[in-house]
Design a protein around this ligand. Sequence first.
Ligand code: SF4
Length: 222
Amino acid sequence: MWANDGGQVIVLVEGFLGNGLGLPLQQREHAERRSAVVRSGESDAYVAITFAAYNAGRCRNLDEDNLCRIYERRPLVCRIYPMEINPHIPLNTAVKECPPESWEKGPDLIVGGELVDQELAGLIHRSRQADRDEIQTKDAICALLGIRTTALKGDGFTAYLPDMTAFATTLDEVIGQTLPEWGSEWQFHLSGEDVAGQVLAAGAEVAREMTPNYAFISLRAA
Ligand code: SF4
């Protein structure tokens, strides 16, 4: 929808190895379910792919009165905000864009660790389910766009800004098709030689491009 409206999509990728490298144990179930099972060198790997709206500054759908022009058909992620979709990320009001007074209004969102608003809980469930249902399609779209390098979960993300004409064509080609079984191949971009050594030792492939078609967003503390 964002792409159809003329927006730029950013593709964010993170993965972990079949032996668990890169994966906190308590996140295994959630992380595996939203990931494609792929190959990297001699290793199994799991890759999670997010297609997100790329919009530096004000949202392109805000009007001059700061109201949403597409409110009735706004994306799921806007309907869910400020809640977290990832069950392993607790709600931290301090890092949200909502004005402080908005937290004082209305009933409590969370009581006893549980989200009270059932409609909102349903939207979060829909978003998680879509992540699971669409991962094979997203892996195929990435393959056709030449997106084949992932970061290691916890170490960073790889971020791609695909040409939007190519993106739209690829979407048309892949969506609604029955995808064949195929051995999707990925390589890893790491933040440093130490973690690259661990990935290589597990038999996975490490990226060595001099001019990559992506940016690496490191999560490693400076
Ligand atoms: S609700 Fe979403 S689409 Fe609408 S203005 Fe806000 S961020 Fe943009």
